[in-house]
Every structure is written in C-alpha cells, then in structure tokens.
Ligand binder design. Structure first.
Ligand SMILES: [Zn+2]
Length: 134
C-alpha cells in the first residue's frame, strides 16, 4: 500500500469544498417549503424549481422542452452534452461550486473526488425528472 501526503492546496480545497457545498445545500433547502414540487410534472429539486412562478413550476416545464445543451467545460466552452433541462440546472449549481473550491494547484484526483462529493450532495436534494423511476 502506498500513501501520499496531501498538499496544502489540496487541504484548502477540501475545506472550501465542504464549506461551500454545505452552504449551497442550506441555501437550496431554504428556497421552498418541504414537499414543494412542480405543479405540472412533480419535480422537487430546489435548483430546478422556479421561485417566481405561481403555481410553482420547474425550469423544464417553463422552458417547454425536456432537454437542452450544456457546455461541459462551463461558460460556453467545450463539447455540448444534451441534458434533461432540470438536470442542467442542478449541473450548473455543482459547476458553480467547483469553480469556488478548485484551483490549478489542486491534485487532479483530489479535484475529481471533491467534485464527485459535491455532485452527490447537491443532486440528492430532490427529483429533477419525475418520469424516471427510482
Ligand atoms: Zn415541471
């Protein structure tokens, strides 16, 4: 078995990841009352729900289509991946987190692990596609 020491940059990235991810979870959970969902499709993920709608609707139902393109590198860069429209909203939340806790000095594998952690934490806050059986 091999072990490696984490760099100071990696340790700072872990701290930022935990802080910003939990801050995001608290913010998203506070956006709507428990059990709130899209009037039309039943989606419940707080990143997918649109606060200014009454009755409450999700982004996909307002958009009127199920999917949209997402630049995987962010900010209009890189290949485009077609995602469920509501999943794109969740993806963007995680992307914004990634941009806050990763730096060029962070080890690649550490970065992958931190982004995976943030994605798991944020993506499980609700359902963005009620048509998918879980
Ligand atoms: Zn909907």
């Amino acid at each position: 078995m091999t072990t490696s020491l984490a760099s100071d940059a990696d340790i700072r990235a872990v701290t930022r990841c935990l802080l910003f991810t939990e801050r995001s979870v608290v913010r998203l959970r506070g956006r709507f009352p428990t059990g709130a969902g899209c009037f039309q499709c039943g989606a419940t993920h707080p990143a997918a729900l649109v606060a200014s709608t009454a009755p409450l609707h999700c982004y996909s139902c307002l958009l009127g289509r199920a999917t949209e393109g997402n630049h995987v590198a962010g900010s209009g860069r890189g290949p485009v991946l077609e995602l469920p429209a509501n999943a794109h909203r969740v993806f963007s939340e995680i992307e914004a987190l990634r941009n806050r806790f990763l730096t060029d000095e962070v080890d690649r594998e550490v970065g992958f692990g931190l982004v995976t952690f943030a994605a798991m934490r944020v993506s499980t806050l609700g359902c963005w596609d009620p048509a998918v059986k879980r």
